[in-house]
Design a binder for this molecule. Sequence first.
Ligand code: ADP
Ligand code: G6P
Length: 487
Amino acid sequence: MSPTRRRRSAGQQAGATTEAETFDLVIAANRLPVDKVVLDDGTVEWQRSPGGLVTAMESVMAGREGAWVGWTGQPGDEADAPFHNEGIYLRPVALTADEIAAYYEGFSNDTLWPIYHDVIVPATFHRAWWSAYEAVNRRFADAVCEVAAPGAVVWIHDYQLQLVPALVRAQRQDVRIGWFNHIPFPPVELFAQLPWRKRVLAGLLGADFLGFQRVADAKNFVRACRQLGGWQTKGQNVVVADPPREHRIVRAAAVPISIDTQGLAELANRPETRARARELRASLGNPEVLMLGVDRLDYTKGIRHRLKAYEELLDDGQIAPPDVTFVQIATPSRERVEAYRQLREEVELTVGRINGNHSVIGAPAVHYIHHGYPREEMVALFLAADVMVVTPLRDGMNLVAKEYVASRTDYGGALVLSEFTGAYHELHQAFVCNPHDIEGLKNAMLHAIQTPADQKRRIMRALRRRVMAHDVQRWAARFLADLTGTS
Ligand code: ADP
Ligand code: G6P
């Protein structure tokens, strides 16, 4: 695609009131890549937004020209003016405080998120939340149409914006529309719980191409179209009525996401990163085994299961500080949603109990950190960790697992990986676990600690081969080729 930017004057398209720029590539995601932070003195700072979606798409958009439509992370009645950030044109969408409660915390993260993650916590249904979801999706669609040049490629992301494909198509038949789901797509038996299931499917079927993390997710979607919506399907394809044409085919396929492997490897090879990794180990008392967990504080990540297994290993006397220690980094997330509040309380209580029972002076059993870190520090942590523990109960991909592998340019370390992550389907040579099986999880952790170093290096070599060959640029190229029909 040749990236071009065009200027359009006011009134050329319905809804455009000021001169706006238009682009051949438009990304729409709930969040912009940067969050607006208003400091106590009223000054505004822009900070990197949390989560795997932003990590991946930030790398994809670096070096491309395009627009990104999304929310700033702050409440407001009026959208901030569009601005450029690291070469990307950012087009903010305003969300009021009520919409944040109903569309973002409510429908997106208390209705859809649990249903799409095996109902680990029960989903909450409110008709008012659905209305807000519809209204906000409409606003996103209008913003997309405003910045999309004639014939543009529009790439919509994730579960928050499932109605946007059809809403954009209704206004703009000239653009090519793709949607990628960063999280799992649920089995039809769970998706069926959603009172608005058919309208969600119809929203998605406005796209030309739908990308999913796993083959199973794409199949779940096609099956839902057939069984719950009555659409005709054939293999990966759904047949959609499209007057005045006879019909339109929408394809749903697996395009597993990845990371900026080269960038991480380069960071890991820097002498200052290696020095920082040594410094981190030293500040932890140079334990024989440093175990690490890095997650958003989300109940899907299996943090409670991980801590339980670790606690039992300590109780059983199989490991003990100062020889072994655990660093758990938990980024704050969705803190006004009750299930997340409860999780934080439980995790902090558990960490307190484990430390009370097992720490020795100067050597805590668990180091718990509830904030984010810059990328350089994350890579130093990955390099410092002997065992990376990734135990989600359900996760679309889990980029952290891939980031750990990409950072281990020294072929050191060991990855304990849940079979309920998308990453497992590419990294099955890891120390695999079922996090619901606490005995099995304890064994996987012990195995990762005790396996001889040369064997671990062979495993890491195999994991790295996969991750290095399938990076985020390759993922984006494949998605765009599938979308534009050039694959
Ligand atoms: P999710 O998208 O559900 O949060 P992923 O593992 O796919 O999970 O992606 C998380 C992204 O956020 C990764 O790029 C990871 O490095 C980053 N991240 C997670 N926790 C932190 C943290 N405490 N500080 C900085 N980055 C973090
Ligand atoms: C996951 C989702 C993203 C989301 C991110 C952070 O990666 O797939 O869509 O942005 O989590 O969650 P938040 O609710 O803070 O945007």
